[in-house]
Design a protein around this ligand. Structure first.
Ligand SMILES: Cc1ncc(C[n+]2csc(CCOP(=O)(O)OP(=O)(O)O)c2C)c(N)n1
Ligand SMILES: [Mg+2]
Length: 893
């Protein structure tokens, strides 16, 4: 069919439209109903396509509420009392920020985020958010970080936060305690559950949390129930890749236990989110395309009569044309301006609002500020089956601030209100504070027997208790794990194995254990075969809520790709961020679900701390437990893969995370000791720590555990192999770690045989732990000068050790350098500073100067500095060992 544009008479067009509408109405009313109507439209669309013309594509629906007014449920609460409560929450939230900044200029805080979101939260608090009741059956709520003052304010009203604390908002170190700026479980472990303020992390964590909850139900570890995950986020926040990056997973997994509430105030920090577009339409398209149930809540009840009278859809059409920058302008404009510019576009629209005064037009409320509309959206979301739901709620940023910032570009940063502005706010929300007092913006809490207070408590009681509230389980894992791990204390007697293989064996054993097996959560981002874990596919299955709907291509093999509803492995696909989010859900389940699940997340070590460091930081904040395993670790150990893959960084990057305990183990027995003790500390003692272990793919002979090594392994170093020449005149102490430890052992032999140097070899399992211990001792000594001074563990090990000190690892030289200060003499560090290369291990170790030959030369060079050997000896060694002294410096090559 050719596209012929014919200019028709508008009256004819209107008649034509009417006929089509009538036909549709006929089908809807005459038995066929919605199903038949949808079918007809589908067929019509198919027919149109067959005929050759392309229907205009639209991923979004008109710019109106998804739930028509006629389908709204009745509001079940007392609107007047709820408004009163909300006003009090608003006032105290504002007060908190204003007072804090008066007392301490520049302390910060945010007023406008919560001001725009107050109704979104209050409807949740009064009607939806389930508390933990007696157990762990509450909802999981990710509060938007910048809305924290509002959440504190409500808790203050509820009597869960003291006056002292609200006085000390953002002053956590004051006497009597204070409140952390944002949700930080580390700082407020009884209150906050999840950190969200690094924007984007809340949304992705919430998706994987919802999926993990589904998993716990599928495996019978948690009763199937009505629990929901709520994630509150800003519209600006959706630009973070993590915010939308995993939304298809939520739809694929049909996570109807997940609700996103996006506060579309159309503004971010600097200005509009999409000045020249419409963020709500853009988000609707993205979420609908991904398979979500989208509920737009744009217009408040004031608009209902207008839409009702707008039979031709002109109003909806006009509202769909206006860009967000212009909408923001309307939020600060006069009623006359709005009449002229918004409705003035068409005389029929002007007619529609003729009966409204300018003031009434200015006050036409938006959907996100209307409790009835918000309630309707939440009720619909909670009841929705088979899909996650996103609510796109339109609000005004800084709502209620008036001249002080409502809708203005500066509003995000507004922290101070003058007396007039405070008065205006007080009046708007009817807070009983006198003119004399208002400039002080005092906190206000009605008497306990006031009706609003009773209402507030009774609502929370009905809903199962106060939120947020973090409640770690008191259950512990007390099982003796020695029978699982003891086999690894023996050596491999000549056979070679990699620490990754050893770990997989340990994991398989833990999974088989009748007590802890069900708690183990293996997580892998499409890398199981890299780590030789495919046997686990068959052993415990890959988790899939849908089960396995196909015959796997390798079904005739023993280790086929088995997906199962009760599967235990999280095969996440290529997403370290998603895998880490599952790790966080599993590692915090002791507080969220009362379950001591033990996650083991194994990944390409380069794509861990470096790529998703902020999520790991959030895990630390969330008091997450579990084991991160950096696989294929070590800059010279991962042969061939080159610059982007070879990791010599992660042990430096893990050091700043205060509760992350890192090890670079070399042997099976070291791993066995570390993992066993880790489970004891985290799940037996309840310590809020987690572990990072690097595991390698280089097969090595595993020696048996030396007597008495256990304590040193955990503290960070132990003597692996003393010299056979303790009486030699020349002495050295060699430190090796991970896969470079065998190089140190080899260097020991060369030094003894060729250079008559008696060298002891130490395995340094953790420079990080030695560093922390050293500083802890030093700090204590500084503050307790008159008491017996503590000696750092590393000093205890080495105070009397003779000779020079040489360290080599597969990581930056900065790592061994970190402990240099506690050694009796200077440490020489060898490490892998610089970009990696595609090469074989031996060539890489030559390139980075960390092999046995370089350890020998470094030792002789250090002895020369001490005046113990002649320069010629070193020079000859360089030549004899075949080292090119003029080679490029790997640190810059
Ligand atoms: C990862 C990250 N980047 C930047 C910031 C700083 N920041 C805090 S709030 C904000 C603007 C938030 O806008 P929006 O998401 O729309 O939330 P609103 O306050 O409007 O509800 C920015 C840039 C942050 N907290 N986290
Ligand atoms: Mg915003």
């Amino acid at each position: 069919m050719r596209n012929i544009a014919v200019n028709q008479d508008p009256a004819v067009e209107a008649l034509e439209t009417r006929e089509w509408q009538d036909s549709l109405a006929y089908v809807l009313q005459q038995g066929g109903g919605v199903r038949r109507a949808a079918d007809l439209l589908r067929q019509l669309e198919f027919h149109a396509r067959q005929t050759g013309f392309r229907l205009p594509f639209t991923a979004s629906t008109p710019y109106v509420n998804t739930i028509p007014a006629a389908q709204q449920p009745a509001f079940p609460g007392n609107q007047a009392i709820e408004r009163r409560i909300k006003s009090l929450v608003r006032w105290n939230a504002l007060s908190m920020v204003v007072r804090a900044n008066k007392l301490s200029d520049g302390i910060g805080g945010h007023i406008s985020t919560f001001a725009s979101a107050a109704t979104l939260y209050e409807i949740g608090f009064n009607h939806f958010f389930k508390g933990k009741g007696a157990g762990h059956d509450g909802d999981v709520i990710f509060f938007q970080g910048h809305a924290a003052p509002g959440i504190y304010s409500r808790a203050f009203l509820e009597g869960r936060i003291s006056l002292k604390q609200v006085e000390n908002f953002r002053r956590e170190l004051q006497e009597g305690g204070g409140l952390s700026s944002y949700p930080h479980p580390w700082l407020m472990p009884d209150f906050w559950e999840y950190p969200t303020v690094s924007m984007g992390l809340g949304p992705i964590m919430s998706i994987y949390q919802a999926r993990f909850m589904r998993h716990l139900e599928d495996r019978g570890l948690m009763p199937a129930g009505q629990r929901k995950v709520w994630a509150f986020l800003g519209d600006g926040e959706t630009d973070e890749p993590e915010s939308l990056g995993a939304i298809t997973l939520a739809a694929r997994e049909k996570l109807d236990n997940l609700i996103f509430v996006i506060n579309c105030n159309l503004q971010r920090l600097d200005g509009p989110v999409r000045g020249n577009g419409q963020i709500i339409q853009e988000l609707e398209a993205a979420f609908r395309g991904a398979g979500w149930n989208v509920i737009k809540n744009i217009w408040g009840s004031d608009w209902d009569p207008l839409f009702e009278r707008d039979t031709e859809g002109l109003l909806a059409q006009r509202l769909g044309e206006i860009v967000d920058g212009q909408y923001q302008k309307y939020s600060v404009a006069s009623g006359a301006y709005i009449r002229e510019h918004l409705f003035g576009a068409d005389p029929r629209l002007l007619e529609l609002v003729k009966h409204l005064s300018d003031d009434e037009i200015r006050k036409l409320r938006l959907g996100g500020h209307d409790p009835v509309k918000v309630y309707a959206a939440y009720a619909s979301a909670v009841a929705h089956k088979g899909q996650p739901t996103v609510i796109l709620a339109r609000t005004v940023k800084g709502y209620g601030l008036g001249e002080a910032g409502e809708g203005k570009n500066i509003t995000h940063q507004q922290k101070k209100l003058n007396e007039d502005e405070l008065k205006a706010f007080r009046e708007r929300f009817a807070i009983e504070i006198s003119d004399e007092q208002v400039h002080k913006s005092p906190f206000f809490r009605p008497a306990d027997d006031a009706p609003e207070m009773q209402y507030l408590h009774s609502r929370r009681k009905t809903l199962g208790g106060y939120v947020p509230s973090r409640k770690p389980t008191t259950d512990t894992v007390s099982k003796n794990l020695e029978p699982i791990f003891e086999e690894f204390y023996a050596g491999t007697e000549g056979r070679k194995a990699s620490t990754t293989m050893v770990f997989v064996k340990m994991l398989a054993k833990m999974l088989r254990d009748p007590d802890i097996g069900k708690l183990v959560v293996p997580i892998v981002p499409d890398e199981a075969r890299t780590f030789g874990m495919e046997a686990l596919f068959r052993q415990v299955g890959i988790y899939s809520h849908a089960g396995q709907l196909y015959e796997p291509v390798d079904s005739d093999t023993l280790l086929y790709y088995k997906e199962a509803r009760d599967g235990q492995i999280f095969e996440e696909g290529i997403t370290e961020a998603g895998s880490m989010s599952t790790f966080i859900a599993a590692g915090t389940a002791y507080a969220t679900h009362g379950l001591n699940t033990i996650p083991f997340f194994i990944y390409y070590s380069m794509f861990g701390f470096q790529r998703i460091g902020d999520l790991i930081w959030a895990a630390g904040d969330a008091r997450c437990r579990g084991f991160l395993l950096g696989g294929t670790a070590g800059r010279t150990t991962l042969a061939g893969e080159g610059l982007q893959h070879q990791d010599g960084n992660s042990h430096v990057l893990s050091l700043p995370v205060p509760n992350c305990v890192s090890y670079d183990p070399a042997f099976a027995f070291e791993m066995a000791v570390i993992i066993q003790d880790g489970i004891r500390r985290m799940y037996g003692n309840g310590e809020s720590i987690f572990y990072y272990l690097t595991v390698m793919n280089e097969p090595v002979e595993m020696p048996a555990m030396p007597d008495g090594a256990r304590e040193g392994i955990l503290k960070g170093m132990y003597k692996l192999k003393a010299t056979s020449k303790p009486k030699a005149k020349l002495r050295a102490q060699l430190f090796g770690s991970g896969s470079i430890l065998p190089e140190a052992v080899q260097a020991q032999r060369i030094l003894e045989e060729k250079y008559d140097v008696g060298a002891d070899v130490w395995s340094v399992t953790s420079y990080g732990e030695l560093y922390r211990d050293g500083h802890a001792a030093e700090r204590w000594n500084m503050l307790h000068p008159a008491e017996a001074q503590k000696v750092p563990y590393v000093t205890q090990c080495l105070a009397d050790a003779p000779g020079v000190f040489v360290a080599a690892s597969d990581y930056l030289k900065a790592l061994p350098d970190a402990i240099d200060r506690w050694l009796p003499r200077k440490l020489v560090s060898l490490g892998t500073d610089g970009f990696g290369r595609s090469e074989a291990r031996a060539d890489l170790r030559n390139h980075f100067e960390v092999d046995a030959r370089f350890i020998v030369v470094a030792t002789l060079s250090a002895l020369m500095s001490d005046g113990k050997v002649d320069a010629k000896v070193v020079q000859k060694a360089i030549a004899d060992l075949g080292i090119n002294a003029e080679k490029a410096n790997p640190a810059t090559a």
